[in-house]
Write a protein that binds this ligand. Structure first.
Ligand code: PEP
Length: 243
């Protein structure tokens, strides 16, 4: 279960969140605070709560002012990176090729990437949701060694559901997750059965159980509700019950 704090939170909130959160050892939990707070989050995270960043640069080091290398994330105790979040794609013009390169960079640095894919409302209205997700996923598969697939997770995040309070129905989400798994199985059938495909888009305590009950939904990428330790704990509990 992933907690994406986006550009929210403050240093004083880290300890409060870490103290209030209740984990379940049946559920892997990862905390993605703003990158500036990563070291502090690692220091206060309870046993069983991994930490990561919401984006990474493509190089291991060099003249890339403002970028953060996957290797540096690992150096301060982070183990995960979100790549291709729709807010990066839209607000920073990150294209499919760059997302693929960032996924490879995360793997190179020893991180576990969560690769985000998902269509906009206009793309869904045009009936293009699968075309879009396939294009996004193939750009990643083209840039990584398929032997590394076990280290990645996919986040299916329909853009129209992120931060809007409108969640994909469990059936809509399941259909897309099944499609993603089928695409992955063309790269490696055995691995595709094991790869985690998590759903993101207005996951809340009230809808988490129904979503996680779907066959191909292996967890959640949670934005707004993850800022509240009680809500995030409830979502972790829903995932634990679904196992
Ligand atoms: C996200 O940040 O990726 C996300 C899905 O946000 P929210 O849960 O607020 O929709």
């Amino acid at each position: 279960m992933a907690a994406n704090w986006k550009m929210f939170g403050a240093a004083a909130q880290l300890q409060v969140f870490a103290d209030a959160l209740q984990l379940d050892d049946r559920v892997d939990a990862v905390w993605f605070p703003p990158a500036l707070y990563l070291g502090a989050a690692v220091a206060v995270a309870p046993q069983g709560l991994a930490c990561g960043v919401q984006d990474i640069g493509t190089s291991a080091s060099g003249a890339h002012t403002g970028d953060i290398a996957a290797e540096m994330v690992a150096d301060v105790g982070g183990s995960w990176a979100i790549v291709g979040h729709s807010e990066r794609r839209m607000l920073h013009n990150e294209g499919d090729d760059l997302v693929g390169t960032k996924t490879a960079a995360a793997l190179r640095g020893g991180l576990n990437p969560i690769v985000c894919v998902g269509e906009t409302a206009a793309e869904r209205d045009a009936g293009h949701e699968k075309i879009v997700v396939q294009r996004q996923l193939e750009a990643v598969l083209d840039r990584i060694d398929h032997g590394q697939l076990a280290s990645i997770s996919i986040g299916y995040e329909p853009v129209w559901a992120i931060g809007t309070g409108v969640t994909a129905s469990p059936e809509q989400a399941q259909e897309m997750h099944e499609f993603v798994r089928q695409l992955l199985s063309e790269a490696d059938a055995q691995m595709a059965a094991e790869i985690r495909i998590v759903y993101g888009g207005s996951v809340k305590p009230g809808n988490a159980a129904q979503l996680f009950a779907q066959k191909d939904i292996d967890g959640g990428l949670v934005g707004g509700a993850s800022l509240d330790a009680a809500d995030f704990t409830a979502i972790i509990n829903a995932a634990a019950q679904a196992r």
